[in-house]
Design a protein around this ligand. Structure first.
Ligand SMILES: NC(=O)c1ccc[n+]([C@@H]2O[C@H](COP(=O)([O-])OP(=O)(O)OC[C@H]3O[C@@H](n4cnc5c(N)ncnc54)[C@H](OP(=O)(O)O)[C@@H]3O)[C@@H](O)[C@H]2O)c1
Length: 344
């Protein structure tokens, strides 16, 4: 028998993508359950050719669930993940609620799959922030070859990273611009249509935002605590896929040519890097794809052993749903989990 998988947040951007990816990758599930808030109870979501009726989280009994993919936000996860885990389901959580807990592994399978083995302490595994996931996929193979000292990154993050209401806000504001209607920011602090906003998540005492802090803390936890990183995270009027301009300083010399070759054979990476018009990837092309695309790889002569590159990936897939399903696959492939109904 296969596994019973629950998707909590199934009506959201990430949850819907989780259902698509479970089906696309033929995850060995006997049963998939869609769960959301009480207001969505009874509504329908697609899972392959099937239609699932959404169930309400507060009434759901997880005792025969093997894997729970959570994408319902930090507050819901803080309250519910321990309760679900206590019922014996392994929670793979997309929010930031558990990422920095020393007893919870924070996993990007292409980078630190071995760390997943410690999940039993809380029965919770954390998925990183979308901007960190694609960054570490591109950094890991270069770090293995030349040891990264410092990273300076500027992100160009799509509105889908802020949920379905944020996508609706970009859509309605764009329409309003053409119809010369009133534009009222709700989800974002300023107008997002035809604009960019250098502010994601809350401000911290040192002037950085929490989104920028997350990239620092998560890169250290997933890849190497010795790596220094500084980030500027920016919201841009793009629906799906985050882009990143990444400057890396290494301990050892590494040429652009060598970096290109290493990234060409690195798991999860696809190099599109022709020095000609259109010889690079843009967020529009990465949407709906699984790869972390790397373009514009070049040497930075202003520092010793420096490289500059452009990294783009679908934030709903590698940045969230795909990574979560890959973690579940890791548990199955490494035989770290057994289907409850088979074991019974
Ligand atoms: N979007 C990304 O790129 C991305 C990347 C990495 C991580 N994440 C994280 O993934 C999570 C979900 O993001 P999203 O973009 O999918 O958000 P979203 O589109 O706003 O969807 C939120 C989902 O959570 C459900 N939900 C809200 N409150 C709930 C409650 N009290 N009980 C049960 N379900 C509840 C919603 O159900 P209803 O429809 O019933 O309200 C909906 O299914 C967040 O923690 C986010 O930080 C997102």
């Amino acid at each position: 028998m296969g596994f019973k998988v629950a998707v909590v947040g199934a009506t959201g951007n990430v949850g819907r993508e989780m259902l698509n990816i479970l089906d696309e990758r033929e995850f060995p599930a006997d049963e998939v359950v869609a769960i959301a808030s009480r207001k969505s109870q009874g509504t329908e979501v697609s899972y392959g050719d099937a239609t699932l009726k959404v169930k309400a989280l507060e009434h759901y009994d997880f005792s025969d669930v093997d894997i729970c993919l959570m994408s319902a936000g930090g507050a819901v996860s803080k309250e519910w993940s321990p309760k679900i885990a206590a019922q014996g389901a392994i929670v793979i959580d997309n929010s930031s609620a558990w990422r920095y807990d020393a007893d919870v592994p924070l996993i990007v399978p292409e980078v630190n799959a071995d760390a997943v083995a410690s999940f039993r302490k809380k029965n919770i595994i954390a998925n990183p922030n979308c901007s960190t996931a694609q960054l570490v996929v591109a950094l890991k193979p270069l770090h293995d070859r030349a040891r990264i000292k410092r990273v300076v990154v500027a992100t160009y993050q799509s509105v889908s990273g802020a949920g379905k209401d944020a996508m609706e806000e970009l859509f309605s504001q764009t329409k309003a611009v053409y119809q010369i209607d009133q534009i009222e920011p709700k989800k974002f602090t300023k107008r997002i249509a035809f604009n960019v906003i250098p502010h994601i998540d809350v401000f911290m005492e040192d002037g950085y935002t929490k989104e920028e802090w997350k990239m620092v803390a998560e890169t250290k936890k997933i890849l190497d605590p010795k790596i220094k990183l500084t980030a500027t995270c920016v919201r841009v009027p793009v629906f799906v896929s985050h882009s990143e301009a990444v400057n890396v300083e290494f301990e050892e010399p590494i040429s652009a040519e060598e970096a290109r070759d290493i990234l060409r054979s690195a798991p999860g990476c696809l190099v599109i890097d022709k020095r000609e018009n259109g010889g690079y990837v843009t967020p529009y092309e990465a949407a709906g794809e699984d790869a972390t695309y790397v373009s514009r790889i070049r040497e930075d002569a202003t520092v010793e052993n420096g490289l500059q590159m452009w990294v783009v990936s679908d934030n709903l897939r590698k940045g969230a749903a795909l990574n979560a399903v890959q973690i579940a696959e890791c548990l199955v492939n490494r035989k770290l989990i057994e289907a409850k109904r088979k074991a019974a």
